[in-house]
Write a protein that binds this ligand. Sequence first.
Ligand code: NAI
Length: 468
Amino acid sequence: MKNFSVVLIKGDGIGPEIADAVIRIFDASGIPVSWIEKQAGLSVIDKHPSGVPEDTIKAIREYKVALKGPTTTPVGTGHKSVNVTLRKSLELYANVRPAKSLPGVRTRFDNVDLIIVRENIEDTYGGIEHIQTGDVAQCLKLITRPGSMRIAKYAFEMAKLYGRKKITAVHKANIHKLTDGLFLECFNEVAKDYPEIKADDLIVDNTCMQLVTNPERFDVLVLPNLFGDIVSDLCAGLVGGLGVAPGGNIGDDVAIFESVHGSAPDIAGQGVANPTALLLSALQMLQHIGYQKTKVRIEDALFQTLKEGIKTKDLGGKATTMEFTNAIIERIASPSELEFSEPKPLQIKSEMLQTHKEKVEDCHGVDVFIESWDGIPKVPEKVDHLELKMISNRGTKVYPGPKPDIWLVDHYRCRYVAKDENGEYLRISDEEIFHLLRELYVRRFNWMHIEKLRLFDGEIGYAKAQGE
Ligand code: NAI
């Protein structure tokens, strides 16, 4: 029987206490694991402002799997979160958070068993933000074809391996037609390769309503980053809160599993921390690397312990971390023969995905974003072929035609479009855009950015303004 190695980052606050509990439980189960202990978080932050030494990242790359306790992010010191650093430096593109009702943990529902698959890199989390004017800030929501294909593919492969029956793509494509529309389009494209798994989709607001009224109807949910962030915490709440919520951050070759809660400095060192979330994360790790039977065996012992009312204080019980851990250990059944011999790991290589779509693009206009303090800016109606088609404020058309009864902020979008005498779009060059910008500059308009208006394979590649 070959040992497998897992990088262990115990973390800060209650991290070491709950990590030691997991180590003891794993030892008792007989699973052949070697823990490679590495540092991250407060203990190394003086020497490594990112909170993660290169040596730790190197070890995770080498051993491929890590279990991480919570780490403290100092406030007001400019330090980045360790989790964000790890996620970005290792391209951990999938955040997978199971939400399953636990026996003995009182919640409104008893039968929740769903998995959230959240895209972990893109969306508004690229952090591409700019102050546009005195009154307006902007954040770019970037949804990509490769990113969306990859997360959809991961969700379907995972569902197949874990025997899940249905995947719901969650989005807001009714409003974000192009960005969430692309996410949904990729999901539907990938779904065709998995006819055995039911695929449907639901708008995110409706999803939230249904999750808090009828969560049992969901199986696997796949979401873009921001909705995934919010909905995964909502789901943690459905099954007992962050104290019992596990999670995994998964990349092509590497995966890091960690509890969702933080380092709980208020109870650190008191021996009362609940190790359930980190244990469930460690079980998710076992499932990921293919030790499904061991996962179930330890899970049964945990469930039995909770069912018998042996719980830590946060769940309304009286057990210390040690007593709770001992109770789980006492209830672990012996391993079956061959249990450790045939791991079936889940691995999805992004190279497997042929995602790039070559599209013929054609530019026929430009949106110029302009600051104006004193109402709708009187920009030129025409420069070369470019004609002013409309001006919008916060997405609503305010010119030409009657001004709708809305507040105007100091941030206007002036849409210029080139058409020929038959009303067909006319291709324009960058030169014409530069000329327009020069005209605006000469007339002292303060423009802050532009967006080209293009057709992609003959289809309009931009959204219309409200009322356009
Ligand atoms: P927290 O999750 O650490 O604590 C919130 C409340 O839940 C506290 O009352 C705490 O005692 C309790 N709690 C959390 N986990 C528990 C457990 N296993 N057993 C019993 N009670 C538990 O959130 P907080 O206080 O906002 O953050 C503390 C530190 O943790 C911060 O520095 C924050 O940046 C960091 N943090 C780290 C995370 C990570 O490494 N994954 C995630 C969230 C926060």
